[in-house]
Design a protein around this ligand. Sequence first.
Ligand SMILES: Cc1cc2nc3c(=O)[nH]c(=O)nc-3n(C[C@H](O)[C@H](O)[C@H](O)COP(=O)(O)O)c2cc1C
Length: 197
Amino acid sequence: MEITPIFTRRSIRKFSKREVSVKQIDTLLNAARNAPSAKNRQPWMFIVFGGDCKAELERCMERGLLREETEPILPRSDFGIPDAKNTLKIMREAPILIVIINSNGTSPFVPIDSDDRVTEICDTLSIGAAVQNMLLTAENLGLGTLWIANTCFAYPELTEFLKTGGQLVGAVAVGYADETPPQRSRKGIEEIAEYRF
Ligand SMILES: Cc1cc2nc3c(=O)[nH]c(=O)nc-3n(C[C@H](O)[C@H](O)[C@H](O)COP(=O)(O)O)c2cc1C
């Protein structure tokens, strides 16, 4: 049996109503800030939402998804809208949402040059490491999580509400799991790696 959180973690899409404490959230944020980052820039910012503030955030997401049906900002990705609506349902069920901001980033809807693109890639990777630290720490605490990028469809509505500047990268839903999903399939090592000795 695998006992490290890498192997037992699952994306959780059903949460119970049981509350998550501020101490638990602090533990997740502490894990996040200890991630490696390109040039030690630590380009992350986390905004923790619960209660009425969270409901307001979700209303912005809902408005964005409705607007996306008639005035899409991501027209070639419109096949993802039903999934994004399902993500919104999950966001509403989760007791806590941690919004993730790239504090050095800019809107993905404004073009950038190659220098800035390379910097953005490195910052996004750094933020990914921080988010994974949070997810694995949550697993160790007995908490369930869902990493969310479907916020991209409601980018204008959410960023106007957040007023943080930077780039909205996504969110993590946190709570106690009300399901035990099986492991999703994974590519075999032979499909993803080559040994060149
Ligand atoms: C960057 C990223 C964004 C994701 N966005 C969403 C999302 O918006 N909605 C959702 O339901 N799942 C989302 N997921 C979860 C993936 O669907 C999930 O990780 C994948 O299917 C593998 O399942 P597992 O996490 O249970 O191993 C996201 C995962 C990552 C890493």
